[in-house]
Write a protein of this length. Structure first.
Length: 184
């Protein structure tokens, strides 16, 4: 089984509730670390101007480039659910390595500002999953733009769109995320 996220770009209002909930649930200090990032894309010319938002965390890829690049195997993919895990004790740190950050096409691996910071990223709220709860970001979304579940379940509910404005899927990594796009 492969766990995945669903993001409905047509619903997202860019409120950052998902990002704030992630930081809150995971006790992430209010600094530059963003396990879930919200970005916006604009296109068009006045009076035909359009804006979309994108909420993105680790894509828990089928073939994760970050894990492949790690020289000490500090990044692994759980066999039971495909969720990515980081052993921060084994991580060599950004100053000594940073190979995972360079390898990820989605700029997901995060490093704090402290010296030789260790890599960190979305854990898919494994602790919440054990209690049959959705990840904190999903539960926090006031417009229900996010969902999480097995890739098979999400494809059955939402289809199989892999790209939206602001996100291009890398065929090599096969990100575990499904979208509904917002177009003009």
């Amino acid at each position: 089984m492969q766990m995945a996220f669903y993001f409905d770009q047509s619903r997202c209002i860019g409120c950052y509730a998902c990002s704030v909930a992630c930081k809150d649930w995971n006790d992430i200090p209010a600094d530059a670390i963003q396990w879930r990032r919200v970005t916006s894309q604009e296109w068009g010319t006045c009076p035909e101007v359009f804006l979309t938002c994108l909420s993105l965390s680790c894509c828990h890829c089928t073939n994760p480039a970050c894990a492949e690049a790690c020289p000490v195997n500090a990044i692994s993919k759980r066999k039971e659910d495909g969720i990515m895990a980081v052993d921060r004790k084994e991580c060599l740190g950004y100053d000594a390595c940073g190979a995972c950050k360079k390898a990820c096409p989605y700029e997901v691996p995060q490093f704090g500002s402290e010296g030789n910071a260790k890599m960190q990223m979305c854990t898919f709220c494994i602790d919440r999953l054990r209690e049959n709860k959705k990840p904190a970001c999903v539960d926090a979304c006031p417009v229900r733009a996010l969902d999480a579940g097995s890739m098979e379940e999400l494809r059955g509910k939402y289809g199989a769109i892999k790209e939206v404005p602001g996100f291009t899927a890398a065929a090599e990594t096969m990100p575990s995320i499904i979208f509904k796009a917002r177009y003009k």
